[in-house]
Design a protein around this ligand. Sequence first.
Ligand SMILES: [Ca+2]
Length: 197
Amino acid sequence: MGASQSAGTEHEFQDLADRTGFSLEQIGNINKRFRQLSNNEETLSREDLASIPALDNNPIRAQIINAFFDKRNLHQNETGTVQEIGFEEFLMVMTHFRPAAMGITEEERENLRRDKLRFLFNMHDTDSDGTINLEEYRRVVEELLSKAGTIGQETAKAIADAAMLEVASTTRGKMVTGISLTLLYCTTDQIVDEVGI
Ligand SMILES: [Ca+2]
């Protein structure tokens, strides 16, 4: 019984490794973490992720959690959200954080970078309309600065407005994919640390 079960898992993991680019060892570790977070259930809810203590002080905690339930990140070519995710979906979201493997081509590296930027962009394009408007951008800046302590909300708003004004002068008030969000690029590594993979 045990043997056939583990053979099935091995086969599944190999299939997932082929599809995601993760190694079998990485998939095993992510699976262990998934089971821990879901209390050994088949699916994971927002509440399960909200229980990660390392996320408590993260200014964009809510967006990080939402990102795991956002269909755009689940490679489903759809918008909207799901209530719960299974291991495969959890892994699909984690592919956005996959470190670049040794010996990949320049083109592959560029694709990975774009993928991460798209993920971050989606995180802040909360109404999924493909652009980040002033209101969404203000929220990003306010949240990122909210833990700085000495910076008040009005200051954060002024910083966001000034940055958006600069973008608006060339793009009519709407930010196109990737622009200025490069500054948030480091966030993906932080997410990996905090989710504990
Ligand atoms: Ca939007």
